[in-house]
Design a protein around this ligand. Structure first.
Ligand code: C2E
Ligand code: MG
Ligand code: MG
Ligand code: MG
Length: 291
């Protein structure tokens, strides 16, 4: 039973997302070629409002469609990109595709915020700020519909540049989100110094927080902190109905996770929204009695 519990703790990706069994290490040259050949593909995962069930936005999650190895997940290549000085190129490719997709949805009357993950390395110079400002202006996407999710993956030598650039992005009305809050990659110091609009409670403090006192304390504290600071709160890693109901009971704003939907290709989003609306009714997700 312990082995089973351990297995259940792990995130089991749905078929389409099945992770490869081999953990291959990719080198900078492979990745550089992949970026040039257009092998990076954006998937999108919905963020939904817990009280209304509305789909308010999507998070862009990049995958590498490798001609031989199949779908490669970002934890196998983002750090390679950062170490090899390829992260600006990668972020530009992901962001351009995401903004282009946002424009297509907007033209189809689908009003969605589109979130993109931004590496701290992207915030070392003004290049990224100029790029995102140009891309959104050119395509007619309002900055307040673009969410920039930032995770601090390691200690920064010089934090002044990123801080200043994030503040400037905020002044341009881009939405700033602090990702994986509570994992050590994100910190109270960042919350103090940068005006974030959104806080994402790390999945490690969400799934099963309803039955684990320690997780629950961390979940509650993160939620309370975000509330006090006037930020919108997203719970990541909502994997089942019990997780969803905890969000409802505690007044969390937005939910993201496998219970709602795994990341999907953009062409599947309109159909998914239809089925989600039906599911919200059928399963009484917003009106049902709470246990
Ligand atoms: P993240 O930004 O925290 O994204 C959430 C991750 O949780 C995604 O993993 C998503 O597929 C996964 N997830 C979704 N629902 C569930 C769930 O119910 N349970 C669990 N346990 N996990 C769930 P993914 O796509 O493998 O991405 C991993 C990380 O890679 C992301 O974490 C983000 O930090 C980074 N990443 C992804 N795309 C990009 C990108 O374009 N640029 C940069 N710099 N980083 C990216
Ligand atoms: Mg993210
Ligand atoms: Mg996260
Ligand atoms: Mg993460």
């Amino acid at each position: 039973p312990d082995a089973l519990a351990a297995l259940l703790e792990k995130w089991t990706p749905p078929q389409a997302e099945a992770k490869g069994s081999t953990k291959k290490v990719y080198v900078a040259d492979d990745l550089r070629a992949a970026i040039e050949k257009g092998e990076l593909v954006n998937y999108y995962q919905p963020k939904v409002a817990v009280t209304t069930g509305d789909v308010v936005g999507v998070e862009t999650l990049v995958r590498w469609r490798h001609p031989v190895d199949g779908i490669i997940f970002p934890d196998q290549f983002i750090s390679v990109a950062e170490a090899a000085g390829l992260i600006d190129a990668l972020t530009q490719v992901v962001l351009t595709a995401a903004i282009t997709q946002a424009k297509a949805w907007q033209d189809a009357q689908l009003a969605l915020r589109v979130a993109v993950n931004v590496s701290m390395d992207n915030l070392a110079s003004l290049n990224f700020l100029n790029f995102v400002a140009d891309a959104t202006a050119t395509l007619g996407i309002a900055p307040h519909n673009v969410v920039l999710e930032v995770t601090e993956s390691r200690l920064m030598q010089d934090t002044r540049a990123p801080l200043e650039i994030l503040t400037r992005l905020r002044l341009k009305r881009f939405r700033l989100s602090i990702d994986d809050f509570g994992t050590g990659h994100s910190s109270l110091a960042q919350l103090r110094d940068i005006p974030f609009d959104e806080l994402k409670i790390d999945q490690g403090f969400v799934h099963r927080a309803w039955k684990d006192e320690t997780l629950r304390a961390m979940y509650d504290a993160s939620l309370a902190l975000a509330r006090q600071l006037g930020m919108e709160v997203v719970a990541e890693g909502v994997e089942d109905r019990d997780d969803w109901d905890l969000l409802r009971r505690t007044g969390c704003d937005l939910a993201q996770g496998a219970f709602v939907s795994p990341p999907m290709l953009p062409e599947h989003l309109p159909g998914w929204i239809e089925s989600w609306r039906e599911r919200v009714q059928k399963e009484s997700l917003i009106a049902g009695k709470l246990k």
